[in-house]
Ligand binder design. Structure first.
Ligand code: ADP
Length: 624
């Protein structure tokens, strides 16, 4: 990028000029910067421009976040129409010093800050109008007036001229006179576009001569003793003076390259994809404007940094391998996906394509374009989860259908057999026995169907609330009042936490475990104990009993559908623990049993602790 220090730190009394005909947009940006810097330094602003330009400057200032209207209201800025102002400064065809001094002097006084040392900045197109009308000597005379005024007052001046740096008028002698009237030429192109376009055009047209020309230009070029001229404009002027027969060809080519580059830039800058150029080491040479919408960084923030700096730590290796692949295969496009770190430190998924164009003399870089696919990635992950969930619930449904058919058939067979017997029963007593057995079978089927229904209705609801486990256990115990009374069971509850869960589900879990502890009692008195342990990311809850215990080989089986280790002597459907497992796993926990025959059983399950970002737990304190 060519430096533009003139605008950042113009010397007092600097008299700048920009030849803008080749690219008016650059004039708007440069004048915008010049005025913006003035506002920041508390300087007064005087803008004398044609309406079209004044509007463009105002829009540019607004785009940069300032309020030019407020500056006008506060008498910090004054916008004058160039045509009208020129008329007021002229007598006939010639500029009139006294009129000029009065008109401009008064306007400058109007915007001059009360603190005189802060000075003013003026932008003027008066002379440009004379130039456009072909009144060259009047124009030069008016520039002299400006210089005279500059000597007497603390202000700077920026003049815009509708002269095309690629056109023949830029090589005419009149331009030399103009240059003599100014101190600095502001580049007519942004960044290094103009410079590289002129350089390429010189390479093309001057070919072998170029080496000599360049060294000569370096040592002897000085287009004017007065103005500082940027490299591109200097080269065009130099060629016009020293190789005039090739000047038109160089200028024409330079114009084509410059506009081509601008079109390319517009394409890149307006693309929704972010585009970046890196070198073989991964250092960023260029990042397009859309980088900001994806990564939050401004394009210039990344230039000079290594690309891996924005890659998520877990993807650095894969991106490193992609880069090796890209380096090994010039001009082949490699597609990749990775997580990048946004300026705000959040992670975003991007998908990109990278091509090694290091050997292309016009590019000499590795070119990548990439787009944000975070939303798509989340949807994919969500779909994958849903597909897994669907596969799991299909498998569960199959098991379920198999076991349900099997277990329902058994009482059905009994009912069918005893109905046959009923038909041929001889005595009332026999008929009564058959009827009792039939009723027993039907009742069992009804119980089985009820339990099945409650299992299938457990469609998991993920909503959570703060649940005091202590209260839940009491409620479950209370729901089993009759069985508790009859069995004389005792319940001891250690301090239990408050968890994030659904209360009704947890009551169901405890109710099943406590009722089993009562059902599968030994000869010993029934003692049930509920305890908890805080693990790093979950709570461990234990329900232990003094019952008959379970042999280790059944520890997994008993959580399956209809899995029972007991006959009819103990009522049950074999669904209680299956329901417990479904609830616990639905909450993201696990359930298992520690037990040995004759040693009682301890049913254990976990409940995830909901952590906040700072690691503290959601919900209230534990209650004892
Ligand atoms: P059900 O109690 O209706 O048979 P469950 O699913 O609740 O069904 O239990 C499955 C089986 O696990 C029971 O039939 C029983 O054999 C065994 N079991 C469950 N809880 C206990 C316990 N606390 N002590 C000993 N055995 C148990």
């Amino acid at each position: 990028m060519s430096p533009q220090p003139l605008l950042e730190k113009p010397e007092p009394e600097a008299h700048l000029v920009q030849f803008y005909e080749a690219d008016e947009h650059v004039l708007t940006q440069n004048v915008g910067r010049y005025l913006l810097e003035g506002l920041k330094l508390d300087e007064g602003l005087l803008v004398i421009a044609i309406k079209e330009h004044a509007d463009a400057f105002i829009r540019e200032l607004e785009r940069c976040g300032t309020d030019p209207d407020a500056a006008v209201r506060n008498k910090r800025a004054l916008f004058l129409d160039a045509e009208e102002t020129l008329d007021r400064c002229m007598t006939g065809d010639q500029p009139d010093w006294r009129r000029f001094e009065h008109v401009i002097g008064t306007a400058l006084l109007e915007v001059r800050s009360r603190e005189d040392h802060l000075g003013c900045r003026a932008y003027g197109e008066l002379v440009a109008l004379l130039w456009k009308r072909g009144q060259f000597s009047a124009a030069i005379r008016l520039e002299e007036f400006w210089n005279k005024l500059l000597e007497s007052g603390n202000f700077k001046l920026f003049c815009g001229y509708p002269i095309d740096v690629f056109g023949p008028e830029f090589r005419a002698d009149s331009v030399n006179a103009l240059l003599c009237a100014h101190t600095h030429v502001v580049p007519a192109g942004l960044d290094s576009d103009l410079e590289s376009a002129v350089g390429r055009a010189m390479d093309d047209v001057l070919g072998a001569e170029i080496v000599n020309v360049r060294s000569e230009m370096r040592t002897s070029f000085q287009p004017t003793a007065w103005a500082t001229v940027p490299a591109a404009e200097a080269a065009i002027l130099w060629i016009g003076n020293h190789v005039p027969e090739k000047a038109d060809a160089v200028a024409a080519r330079a114009r084509a390259y410059y506009h081509g580059e601008k079109r390319f830039r517009a394409l890149v800058e307006n693309s929704a994809d972010a585009i970046s150029l890196i070198d073989a080491e991964g250092n960023v040479l260029y990042a397009s404007a859309s980088t900001t919408s994806i990564l939050g960084y401004g394009p210039r923030d990344l230039v000079g940094c290594n690309w891996l700096r924005v890659v998520h730590a877990e993807d650095v290796d894969s991106i490193g391998r992609t880069l090796e692949d890209v380096l090994a295969t010039p001009r082949r496009t490699v597609h990749w996906q990775a997580r990048l770190i946004h300026k705000s430190e959040r992670c975003c998924w991007v998908e990109g394509a990278t091509t090694n164009l290091l050997d292309d003399p016009d590019v000499r870089a590795i070119v990548s374009n990439y787009r944000d696919i975070t939303e798509r990635k989340h949807l994919e992950q969500e779909n994958e989860k849903r597909a897994q969930e669907l596969a799991r619930s299909n498998a569960e449904l199959q098991d379920f259908a198999y076991v349900a058919a099997h277990d329902l058939r058994e009482p059905l067979r009994t009912v069918a057999a005893y109905t046959q017997l009923l038909k041929i029963a001889q005595s009332d007593e026999e008929r009564g026995q058959c009827a009792d057995i039939i009723i027993g079978g039907v009742t069992r089927m009804a119980t089985l169907l009820d339990d099945l229904l409650s299992l299938t209705q457990l469609e998991f609801d993920n909503s959570r609330e703060a649940v005091e486990l202590h209260r839940v256990v009491h409620q479950a115990f209370k729901n089993l009042e009759q069985a508790v009374k009859e069995s004389g069971a005792t319940l001891a509850i250690d301090p239990l936490p408050v968890v994030q869960a659904r209360e009704s589900y947890l009551i169901e879990v405890f109710q099943n475990l406590i009722s089993n502890a009562i059902k599968y009692r030994s000869v010993a008195p029934i003692e049930i104990r509920v305890t908890s342990e805080a693990w790093e990311r979950e709570w461990l809850i234990k329900v232990s009993d003094s019952g008959i215990g379970i042999a280790p080989k059944y520890h997994d089986q008993i959580f399956g559908l209809f899995k029972r280790l007991h006959g009819r002597d103990v009522p049950g459907t074999g669904l209680g623990l299956a329901i417990c497992r479904k609830i616990v796993e639905g909450m993201g926990g696990k359930i298992w049993v520690d037990s040995k025959p004759g040693m009682g059983s301890t049913f254990c399950f976990t409940i995830p602790r909901d952590m906040t970002m700072d690691g503290s737990e959601l919900g209230a304190e534990s209650k004892t």
